[in-house]
Design a protein around this ligand. Structure first.
Ligand SMILES: [Zn+2]
Length: 97
């Protein structure tokens, strides 16, 4: 039995690791859903942008904490993740143009 990091609830695509998920060109981080009273913080929301899908996936932000190297503060590390992913997108755009 293979354990996947994340599966798309709509099209059933599987991502075996977090890196595979965030480096997938069809995956876009669209936001952060704060869960009130939840010590784990909240959920990162991703869109699966393919012709056949377009579903929103959610991942617990705790699985992404190590991407932020500083003090654990949900709003700040989410901002860092957003910056990181937007930088990746900028790099992609540079490569295309
Ligand atoms: Zn999908």
């Amino acid at each position: 039995m293979t354990a996947y990091f994340k599966s798309c609830p709509n099209c059933r695509k599987n991502w075996s690791s977090r890196d595979e998920l965030i480096n997938d060109e069809t995956i876009a981080l669209i936001g952060y859903h704060f869960l009130r009273g939840n010590v784990d913080g909240g959920l990162l929301l991703f869109n699966h942008n393919t012709e056949d899908c377009g579903t929103t996936l959610s991942c617990k932000v705790t699985g992404f904490v190590d991407l932020y190297q500083g003090e654990l503060c949900s709003n700040r590390y989410v901002r860092v993740i957003l910056q990181m992913i937007s930088k990746k997108d900028q790099a992609k755009q540079k490569r295309v143009s």
